[in-house]
Structures are given as C-alpha cells and as structure tokens.
Design a protein around this ligand. Structure first.
Ligand SMILES: Nc1nc2c(c(=O)[nH]1)N[C@H]1C(S)=C(S)[C@@H](COP(=O)(O)OP(=O)(O)OC[C@H]3O[C@@H](n4cnc5c(=O)[nH]c(N)nc54)[C@H](O)[C@@H]3O)O[C@H]1N2
Ligand SMILES: Nc1nc2c(c(=O)[nH]1)N[C@H]1C(S)=C(S)[C@@H](COP(=O)(O)OP(=O)(O)OC[C@H]3O[C@@H](n4cnc5c(=O)[nH]c(N)nc54)[C@H](O)[C@@H]3O)O[C@H]1N2
Ligand code: SF4
Ligand SMILES: [Mo]
Length: 736
C-alpha cells in the first residue's frame, strides 16, 4: 500500500496536517480534477495534533493549482519595456551576482534589499538572513509579515520581553470566555474556529464575544457582537478595564507579584468612562457592560486577534492594551487563558524564529542588541561588526528608498506586492523606478512579474523539503513528494548559490535542507524559542513538535504547550509590563470630502492575490468577483441598488465594485475584499485606495482603514463588470 506523505497545509497559520497521495494508485482510477488533469489526493492528517484530521476548502483543494501556469525556467530582460527571454540558471545567477557586486561598490550594502514572505519555509528564511544580514552586512530583509504580524511581535516584545504567542489550541476547549477582536476566524482560521464553535455550542456557560465593525460569520456565532467603529478598539478595551476596576474584578496579587507599571495604566483607564466609550465606539452601554462583566466573572479568558488589531497606525498600542486586560485579571500562563495572536501565513512564525524582519535576528534576537549581534556573528564565522547595528528597510521603506534612488537591487520572493502593498499606484511607480528587480515566484504571470528584470522559478509546496511553525508554535516537517516543475529550485538553494558565488563557500555549504535546519536550531539554544530538539530527524520520528523543545527536554519528554506557566516573563526582572495608551483613532479619519471608512479583508475560499485559489474551480465559484459591502441606509442615501457599480475614491486612487447591500456592516463603513489584483478584475484593486501610514513601533501599515467617497456609476451594471474570475468560471463551465 502506498503510504501518504504527511505534511502541512501551505495556506493559513492554523497549520493543518495533510496526508498527500499521488494521483495514480495501484489498482485504482487516477484522481483527476473536472478538466481531467491528474491531481494529487489530499486529505486531513488525523494524527496531526493541531488539526486532528480537519481541513477547510482551501487545504482540500490545494493540489489542484500545482501544475497550472507555473513559472518553469529563469527569464531576464534589460528593461521593463522588453519581453522576457528564457535564460539558463548560470546566466541568471551571473547577472544577479554582478549587480550585487556593483551595488556593494557604488552604493554600499544598504543599496541591496530583499522582500520575502511568511510563505517561505524556515530554511528559506534562515539562508536569506545569513546572506543579507551576515555576509552582505545589510539588515534590509523584510517580509510581508510587516503587513501582517509585526504589531503582534512588537506588542509581545514590549509586554513580555520577547515575542512568542503564549497559548495553544487546546486552550480553545478550556476557556470560560473567548474574546475575539479584529479577527474573522470563521473565514480566515476556519479549523480553529470550528474547534471553538463546537466547544461553545456544547457548553452553554461558555461565552463568546466578537469585536468587529462587520457582522462576519464569526460574529454571527457569538453571544455578543460589539460592532465598534473602525479604530476604536483602544477606547473599548480601556472602557472594559475601567469597569473591571470599578467593579473590583482585578487580580491584585498577580499585578503586585508579576507585573510592573500598573499605576500609569490605572491613571489612563480612569478617563474611559463607560458612557463616553459606548458613544465613541458606536455600541450600546449595556453591551459594553456585559462584555466587561463576562470578562470579569470568567476564571479563564482567552483572547484571539489578528488583522483588525495589527493592521493599524496604533497596532502595537492595541495589542498591548489587550494584553493589559490579561495582566490585570491574571489571565495568562494557565489553561484556557491568554492573549493569542493568530498568525496569518503558514510560516510567519518560522520567520520570526529565523529573524525574518528588518529589525530582528535568528533565535528571537534583535538587531539593536550588541550582544545578540556578536553571538550571531560568531556563530556564522564572521568578523565582529559584520552585522549592521541599524535595523534595515521595512517593506514600505523599500518603496521610499526606491523613490529616493537609494536602492540598487530589489529582490522579491514568495509575495505579490504589486497587489498586496498599500497605496498601490505609488508602490508601482516606485517599482517601475527600480534599477534592478529580481522576482522569485512559483507562478507566471503574477502582477509583480511585470516589474521584474529577472524572474526565477521557485519550487513550491510539495516540491521542496522544509519546516513550518503554526500559530501554536507547532513545527511540522513538510517533505517534498514530487519533483520541482521545470527548472524550479527551492528558495534557500537559490539564496545559497548566490552566497557561494559571492565567495562565501563555507557559509553556504549545505548538503540539504535538513542540514540547514540543523545549523539554524543551534542559534535558538537557550533562547525562548529553543528548538534544538526539533530537527528533521526528530520530526520524522515523533511527528510535529511544539517549541520550546531543547535537545535535552526532548529526551526527557518535557513538553511546553504554554509559555509563562511559572508567571515569570522574559523581561530582565521577570515581570510583564503594562502599557498605558490613550486611543488615537484612525490615521485618516473620514471628513466631509471623504465621508466613509473603507475597511478591507478576506473571504473564506480565496487566498490573498489568488495565484493558487484563482486557478481552482471550486474556490473561484465560491467568490467569483469583488464587491463592496455597504449598509442599506448609506445605499439609500446614495440611491444605490444591489449589484450596481460604485466608484470608490480615496486621496490616492480609485476602484469600481458592485454593491452588496447588507446590514452586516456598520453604517458609514464599507468593506472590500483584498483578493482581486489587476490580473483578476478591472479597476478592483483595493490597495489603490489604502494608505501607508503605520504604527510608530511596529511600522505596520494601517491596511484596515482609509477615508473614501462613493459615487454611483449608473451606466455600468454588474453584468458588464469585467471580473476575470467570472470569465474563468464560464471557461470552467465550457470545459466541463
Ligand atoms: N480564507 C483566507 N484565510 C486566510 C487568508 C486568506 O487570504 N484567505 N490569509 C491569512 C493571513 S496572511 C492572515 S493575516 C489572516 C487574517 O485573518 P483576519 O484578521 O481574521 O482577516 P481580515 O479579513 O483581514 O480581517 C479581520 C477583521 O478585522 C475587521 N476589522 C477591520 N477594522 C477593524 C477595527 O478597527 N477593529 C476591529 N476590532 N476589527 C476590525 C474586519 O472587518 C475583518 O472582519 O488570515 C489568514 N487566513
Ligand atoms: N488591503 C489589504 N492589503 C493587504 C492585507 C489586507 O488585509 N488588506 N493583508 C496583508 C497581509 S496580512 C498579507 S500576509 C499580505 C499577503 O500578500 P502577498 O504575500 O502578496 O500574497 P500571496 O498571494 O500569498 O503571495 C504569495 C506569492 O508567493 C508565491 N509562492 C507560493 N509558494 C512559494 C514558494 O515556495 N516560493 C516562492 N518563491 N513563491 C511562492 C505565490 O505564487 C504568490 O505569488 O497582504 C497584505 N495586504
Ligand atoms: S484552516 Fe488553514 S491550514 Fe487548515 S486547511 Fe484551511 S487554509 Fe489550510
Ligand atoms: Mo497576513
């Protein structure tokens, strides 16, 4: 019998285990999609501790896009006006190495930038850090996690001393009150949500509170939905704290023994009188009181959050303000309780471990700490001082760097920023200015390939072996089960070859990705994310393993489902820190010219910029075209009917979307999904509208809110709307 390959779903940070089998099994009919193409068979891995055999539609259909529109060989051109020419890997490597050497001489290492992704495996991340931060001496490596997790990272670091989500999925079934804020878990982390929903349904006393300006599928399942106005989270959280104080629901023992800076916080929350807070948030006073009472009366409160908190110009402050509630009520370090950041991408967690942002280094170290730099330099066999003491350019800094001619080489891999970056017209103009851009992706075309001088074919999920870490710190080995398509190579192999060609033969001498991981985990020794016991060998033997897990604890069978169970934190004095923040609101609040707040986000069946889900019939059919959600009251005021096209304008750009009239959205707020780039629909790129203003600490842009005006376009109707997904859907139908 053919044994399935055990691996991880390459989509979201839930990190569900998958069993994969080849299309053709002995004695059985070949598994095919509706167009007759043979496809790998995918089902949930019942033995995976995080998902226990469950998968959502994305995981179940992932293999259907493996062979469609793949980039199979390197291509180059001298300027963006010319067509690409196929070249050999040798020619492509020579050209890249030559450009790196030129930029090092003419502009110095800071002219070199790489923009990577939470869809890298940990090994890809690690080799990229070694190349950029170690050998080339520039910290200009940033990842799309800057648009995603960086506020959670800075919030955890500032409150607890280091990064690291302290909870685990079992907490979903051990809590008395789940507090979901800024997360549409039902659509974006469906398998986590299913677990919570089943437990919540079974246990009538368990409360579920959802805080979201939209009545999402998540909110529909809640006992209490607080439909706050966008950007009023800190008001709400401080308002809850105010009531907890007033009613005596705080854990003074925990506050005294395990925290610091409570007095400053108490002074701030004093100002958040419930009546004022309810009015500012646009919710009912008794709902605010109910939320505070449930929080206070529950022994174990688990909060879950994602982009509604992180993607904000006060993202770090939001995260810390939420953590404050846990500190105030002693809701951490025990089962069923804690502040749980849900990671977006499948391996954004691995990226954090490997140092994959411009201000961090492998092993939860930070660039600014001289001792951390020295440790990494020594480990990499580099001269002291090789690693720059300055944090590198972030995703958005790379755009302004291009505008100011400070970037001589931009290398983009495993992300599609010509769709996903804010202020897209400005982003694209900057990319157009780039003297030399390398783009490394599994698919062609993508929107970003249009801005590249060199495109490199990347081996994707199933074609390379590596590891990924999910939201609950569970590391899973993802073995290759088929050969890379065409000439595609694993991302880490591409980076390592460039390193060797630059003269760092010793640093990049790895037989395989297992050797890369073996080296990387040594950099986590005695760090909070100690993974010295998690190698490809132990993962093959034991299955997925949660960190921390040192090489000695593995033998002793010591597991750590939760962090901070001894109530000592990673700060110098072991105490967690309260952060006292007043609410600042939105970076671009609505005004008479731009009276609506546009918020953006995701749909259950689509993944980001559709490079895979847009090529899968089932997921395309679920969400065939973009739309704009608008409240009936606003639609009536603007005389807009269902399906009519609305032109949306911000100070930066415009887009056109068919109206979806729903009471599920707060009045004066509209919602557009992020999934349609220029290859998938005409004029429906939501990021043409968004702005890059970001949190001063995490530097994460406020992708969740910008001010817009709405103009009905009466002459265009839904049926004329050029959604290429709809065209795709028709094509699927014809082929059937
Ligand atoms: N189906 C699907 N699942 C995914 C992904 C995908 O593309 N498709 N992507 C993955 C990735 S990388 C990520 S980061 C996660 C994202 O997962 P989520 O964060 O759950 O998804 P979003 O839809 O971006 O945003 C969540 C919610 O924030 C709300 N929101 C907007 N503004 C505010 C605000 O000011 N306050 C509050 N409290 N809420 C606000 C929005 O209405 C939205 O419902 O999903 C992951 N899972
Ligand atoms: N308005 C708005 N904008 C947003 C957001 C939002 O909520 N609203 N969310 C932000 C967030 S949280 C995120 S995470 C980003 C996501 O935005 P992107 O990262 O741009 O989205 P993806 O479509 O996932 O792009 C991943 C790319 O990697 C390729 N790929 C897949 N596997 C591999 C591999 O192994 N190697 C290589 N080299 N390539 C591979 C895919 O084909 C795809 O082109 O969008 C951000 N932008
Ligand atoms: S919940 Fe996330 S990890 Fe699990 S199958 Fe769906 S997309 Fe994949
Ligand atoms: Mo994300």
């Amino acid at each position: 019998m053919t044994e399935p390959t055990k691996t991880l779903c390459p989509y979201c940070g839930v990190g569900c285990g998958l069993d994969v089998l080849p299309p053709a099994l002995p004695g059985k009919a070949t598994n095919r999609d509706k167009q007759g193409n043979p496809i790998w068979q995918v089902r949930g891995d019942r033995n995976h501790p995080s998902s226990q055999g469950k998968v959502c539609v994305k995981g179940a259909t992932v293999s259907e896009a493996l062979d469609k529109d793949r980039l199979k060989y390197p291509m180059m051109r001298d300027s963006l006006n010319e067509p690409f020419q196929q070249v050999s890997w040798d020619e492509a490597f020579d050209r890249i190495v030559q450009q790196i050497q030129t930029v090092r001489v003419t502009q110095g290492p800071s002219g070199i930038c790489m923009y990577g992704s939470g869809q890298f495996q940990t090994e890809d991340y690690y080799i990229a850090q070694k190349l950029l931060k170690g050998c080339l001496g520039t910290n200009n490596f940033d990842a799309n996690s800057r648009l995603c997790m960086s506020s959670a990272v800075s919030g955890y670091i500032q409150s607890f001393g280091t990064d690291g989500p302290p909870c685990c999925y079992d907490d979903l079934e051990e809590t008395d009150c789940a507090f979901l804020i800024g997360t549409n878990t039902a659509e974006c982390h469906p398998i986590i949500f299913n677990r919570l929903r089943v437990y919540h349904k079974k246990n009538k006393s368990v409360k579920m509170i959802v805080v979201d300006p939209r009545c999402t599928q998540t909110a529909e399942a809640a006992d209490l939905h607080l439909a706050i106005k966008p950007g009023t989270d800190i008001d709400l959280l401080n308002g809850i704290a105010h009531l907890l104080m007033r009613w005596g629901f705080f854990d003074s023992l925990f506050i005294d023994d395990c925290t610091k800076d409570f007095p400053e916080y108490a002074e701030v929350i004093r100002h958040y009188k419930p009546e004022l807070v309810a009015r500012k948030c646009g919710i009912r006073l008794d709902d605010l009181e109910k939320a505070a009472r449930w929080w206070g009366e529950s022994n174990r409160v688990l909060s879950l959050w994602s982009m509604g908190m992180n993607q904000s110009s006060e993202g770090t402050a939001k995260v810390r303000t939420l953590i404050n509630l846990h500190l105030m009520t002693g809701n951490i370090g025990k089962p069923g309780a804690g502040p749980f950041s849900l990671t977006g991408q499948p391996n954004a967690m691995g990226g954090r471990e490997a140092g994959g942002l411009a201000h961090i280094l492998p092993g939860y170290r930070v660039v600014k700490n001289p001792q951390h730099r020295a440790e990494v330099e020594e480990f990499w066999g580099l001269e002291p001082g090789s690693i720059s003491p300055n944090p590198g350019l972030t995703a958005w800094d790379m755009i302004t760097g291009l505008e100011q001619n400070q970037v001589g080489l931009l290398w983009i891999a495993a992300t599609n920023p010509a769709v996903s970056m804010p202020d897209l017209e400005r982003t694209k103009a900057a990319y157009r200015k780039s003297p030399f851009t390398v783009y490394q992706d599994a698919y062609y075309p993508t929107e970003t390939a249009a801005f590249a001088h060199v495109v490199l074919p990347a081996a994707q999920w199933g074609e390379k072996t590596g590891t990924m870490t999910n939201s609950e710190r569970m590391v899973t080995l993802c073995p290759a089960f088929r050969s890379p398509l065409g000439e595609a190579k694993a991302d880490w192999e591409i980076f390592a070859e460039v390193g060797r060609r630059l003269g760092f033969a010793e640093q990049f001498n790895f037989a395989d990705s297992a050797a890369v991981r073996r080296e990387f985990v040594q950099l986590t020794r005695n760090r909070p994310c100690d993974m010295t016991g998690i190698t490809n060998e132990t993962l093959s033997e034991f299955g997925p393993i949660q960190w921390p897990c040192s090489d000695s604890s593995k033998d002793e069978g010591v597991y750590n489902k939760r962090l901070y169970t001894n109530l000592r934190f990673n700060t110098p004095d072991g105490r967690a820190k309260f952060g006292a923040y007043h609410s600042k609101g939105l970076a671009e609040p609505p005004d008479p010219d731009y009276p609506f707040v546009l918020t953006t986000g995701r749909l259950y069946g689509q993944w980001h910029t559709q490079t895979r889900t847009g090529r899968i019939e089932k997921t395309v059919k679920m969400h065939p075209q973009p739309f704009i959600e608008i409240h009936p009251r606003d639609a009536a005021k603007l005389d807009i009917n269902e399906g009519e096209i609305i032109e949306v304008r911000s100070r930066r750009g415009m887009g056109r979307f068919p109206a979806k009239i729903t009471k599920g959205i707060t009045p004066e707020t509209v919602f557009v999904p992020m999934h349609w780039g220029s290859l998938w629909a005409e004029l429906a790129e939501v990021n043409s509208l968004t702005h890059p203003e970001s949190c001063p600490d995490s530097l994460q842009p406020e992708l969740k809110a910008c001010a817009v005006q709405l103009i009905p376009v009466k002459e265009i109707h839904q049926t004329d709307f050029e959604s290429k997904n709809l065209i795709n859907q028709k094509l699927f139908a014809i082929r059937e």
